[in-house]
Ligand binder design. Structure first.
Ligand code: FCB
Length: 542
C-alpha cells in the first residue's frame, strides 16, 4: 500500500490507557499529531476492501401498503401532521420498490463492490409474529439480491433499521417490552432462511444506541417517549426507558446471532455483526483532566453501552457505577451467549463533538447532569467556534480526524476485530442548496468523502482492520424527522418525477472507484460531464 503524503495541520492521536481489566479505569488521552493530507485513492486500500453505497428500507422504498405490506410505526408516525418537517412521509419515498432495477444499475455504473440495504419488517411480516409471512415481500428482496449478485455487487444486509410493525408498537410499546426479542428472532430467522444463501454480511440492528436516544430520551422518533428536562412528551421516562429498550435490543441481537451461528452460518458462510452510531469526542476545555475523563465516559456511555455486552458480556463498569440498579442486569446464561456475538463492528460515523465534565463542573440545563448522559455535556462549539464545518444536521460537523480516532479507539477497546464503516456522509447546511445547480455541484460532498476516506486509509496503515466503506447515501431520501429537507445522496431525486440525477459527487465516486481521480481534482471536468449527462437525459433546462 503506497504511503500517502502528509500535511502540516495537526490533530490529536488517541492514547487509551487502561489499568487492570476494568474499562472504568481507562483514560483517553489525545496528543497532537500530524494530520493526513486529503489525498486518497483506491490503491491506498487493501484488495477486497468493500466500497459501497448505503440506504435503508423506509427511507427509499415507498409502496407503503403495496403487495401485502403492513403498517410500520414510521408509516403511522409520519401520518400525524407536525411530526415530520414539511409533513413529509415515506409513502412514496424514492419509489425504490418499483425502481430498484434502475437503482442497481446506478450502483453498477458507479462501480461499487457492495451495497448496504435494510429489510422492511412489515413487508416480510405485516403483523409481526401475529400474522403470516408475505410472499411478495420475500420475492422483492430476493429479486434485489439476485440482481446485485448478477452485477457483482455484494449485498450487506441490515435486518432492522428503525421501522417495526405498528402491530408490535400497539401490542407492547415496541422495544420497551422483552417480547420484542422473540419478534426480532422470528423476523431474523425468516431472513436467514429466505435470503441467507445470498448474503455474506448480516447486520442485526442499525444504530440501536442512537435509536433509543431518539425514541426514549429525546422523544423525537416513535414512540415519542421522554421526560423533562430532556423534552416534553405525553409519556416516558428518559432516565430509565432507554436502558430497558437497549437491553431488549441487545438480547434480541444475541438470540438472533445464536440461531444464525447454530443453524445457518456453517452452511451459508456469512458473517454477522451490528451497526452502531459511533461518535467521537474531544475535551471541551483543552488539556483539562476532568474533560478528558468526560471524553472517556462519553465513549463508554455511547459506544461501550452497546458493544461491551456483545464483546465482553456486560455493560461498561462506569455505567454500572453511575446508573446503579436502573441499568438492567444480564443473567449468566445471557452473558454467555452475548459475549463474542459479533463477527465485526459496523461503524456509522457522522459526528465529533466537544465533551465537558458535569460531575464536578456546572453544565447547561438539558439533561447532561443526569446519569443517563454519563454526566457529560456535549457541544459542537468552543467559544463560538464550531469544531468543524457545519452540515445539514445541527450536531454533525466535518471533522475527518474523528473517524480515524473512533476507529483507533475501537481497535484498542475491541482487540482490532474487523470493522466496516457502514455509513458516512454529508448533507449541506440549510440554505446552501436553494437552486438545483447548487444541489448538483456538490463540491463539499466530494471533499467530505475524500477526507474521511483518507482518514480510513490512514487508520488502516496504522494497523486497524477496516474492511469496507459505505457512502450514505446512494440517493437523496426520506431523512427521518427532517423529511426531504436534508439531502445526503450522491444522486439527486426530483420529488415530482422521482428521476435520479447524478450530482458531481457521483461522478467523482465513479472515477475514484475506477482509480482515475481523487487527487488534483479538476472540478470543471465534472461540471462539464454533469451538463452532458443532463443533456443526454433531456434535463438540460433544470
Ligand atoms: C444515520 C441513520 C441513517 C441516516 C443517516 C443520515 O443515523 O442510520 O438512516 O438517516 O443517519
Amino acid at each position: 500500500m503506497p504511503e500517502s503524503s502528509r500535511a502540516t495541520t495537526t490533530h490529536r492521536r488517541l492514547l487509551l490507557l487502561c489499568f487492570l481489566s476494568s474499562s472504568a479505569l481507562c483514560f483517553v488521552l489525545s496528543e497532537p499529531v500530524e494530520a493526513e493530507e486529503e489525498i486518497v485513492s483506491r490503491s491506498h486500500f487493501p484488495d477486497g476492501f468493500l466500497f459501497g453505497t448505503t440506504t435503508s428500507a423506509y427511507q427509499i422504498e415507498g409502496a407503503y401498503l403495496d403487495d401485502g405490506k403492513g403498517l410500520s410505526n414510521w408509516d403511522v408516525f409520519c401520518h400525524v401532521p407536525g411530526n415530520i418537517k414539511e409533513n413529509g412521509n415515506g409513502d412514496t419515498a424514492d419509489n425504490h420498490y418499483n425502481l430498484f432495477l434502475e437503482d442497481i444499475e446506478l450502483m453498477h455504473s458507479l462501480g461499487v463492490t457492495a451495497y448496504r440495504l435494510s429489510i422492511s419488517w412489515t413487508r416480510i411480516l405485516p403483523r409481526g409474529r401475529y400474522g403470516e409471512v408475505n410472499p411478495m415481500g420475500i420475492m422483492f428482496y430476493n429479486r434485489i439480491l439476485d440482481h446485485l449478485v448478477l452485477k457483482g455487487i455484494e449485498p450487506f444486509v441490515t435486518i432492522h433499521h428503525h421501522d417495526i410493525p405498528q402491530e408490535l408498537a400497539d401490542r407492547y410499546g415496541g422495544w420497551l417490552s422483552p417480547l420484542m426479542q422473540e419478534d426480532f428472532v422470528h423476523f431474523a430467522r425468516i431472513c436467514f432462511e429466505s435470503f441467507g444463501h445470498k448474503v455474506k454480511h448480516w447486520a442485526t440492528i442499525n444504530e440501536a444506541n442512537l435509536f433509543v436516544d431518539m425514541a426514549y430520551i429525546r422523544g423525537w422518533y416513535p414512540p415519542s417517549h421522554c421526560s423533562p428536562p430532556f423534552g416534553k412528551c405525553s409519556a416516558g421516562n428518559s432516565d430509565v426507558e432507554p436502558l430497558i429498550a437497549l437491553h431488549n435490543m441487545i438480547l434480541a441481537h444475541g438470540k438472533a446471532v445464536k440461531i444464525y451461528r447454530q443453524e445457518f452460518q456453517g452452511k451459508q458462510g456469512g458473517s454477522i455483526g451490528i451497526v452502531l452510531h459511533a461518535m467521537w469526542y474531544e475535551p471541551l476545555r483543552a488539556n483539562n483532566e476532568l474533560d478528558q475523563q468526560a471524553v472517556t465516559r462519553g465513549l463508554a456511555f455511547g459506544v461501550g453501552w452497546l458493544l461491551d455486552p456483545l464483546v465482553y458480556g456486560d455493560y461498561p463498569s462506569e455505567m454500572r457505577l453511575f446508573l446503579g440498579d436502573a441499568l438492567p442486569r444480564f443473567t449468566v446464561d445471557e452473558m454467555d451467549y452475548l459475549k463474542g456475538s459479533i463477527d465485526y463492528i459496523g461503524i456509522n460515523h457522522y459526528l465529533t463533538l466537544y465533551a465537558k465534565d458535569c460531575l464536578h463542573s456546572s453544565c447547561a440545563p438539558g439533561g447532561s447532569d443526569h446519569a443517563i448522559r454519563g454526566y457529560v455535556y456535549t457541544t459542537g462549539d468552543r467559544d463560538g467556534v464550531p469544531i468543524g464545518q457545519p452540515t445539514g444536521n445541527a450536531r454533525f460537523f466535518v471533522v475527518p480526524g474523528g473517524l480515524k480516532n473512533i476507529v483507533n479507539y475501537m481497535k484498542q477497546r475491541y482487540n482490532n476485530m474487523p470493522m466496516y464503516v457502514t455509513e458516512n456522509g454529508y448533507a449541506p447546511p440549510p440554505g446552501e442548496e436553494v437552486q438545483l445547480n447548487q444541489i448538483l455541484h456538490d463540491v463539499k460532498r466530494i471533499d467530505y468523502h475524500k477526507s474521511y476516506l483518507a482518514a480510513v486509509a490512514s487508520s488502516i496503515r496504522d494497523g486497524a482492520d477496516v474492511r469496507g466503506y459505505f457512502a450514505w447515501s446512494l440517493m437523496d431520501n426520506f431523512e427521518w424527522i427532517d423529511g426531504y429537507t436534508v439531502r445526503y445522496g450522491l444522486y439527486y431525486v426530483d420529488r415530482t418525477t422521482l428521476k435520479r440525477i447524478p450530482k458531481i459527487s457521483a461522478l467523482w465516486y465513479r472515477d475514484f472507484l475506477a482509480n482515475s481521480s481523487g487527487n488534483g481534482l479538476d472540478l470543471t471536468q465534472y461540471h462539464g460531464r454533469l451538463e452532458q449527462d443532463l443533456r443526454v437525459a433531456g434535463l438540460e433546462d433544470l
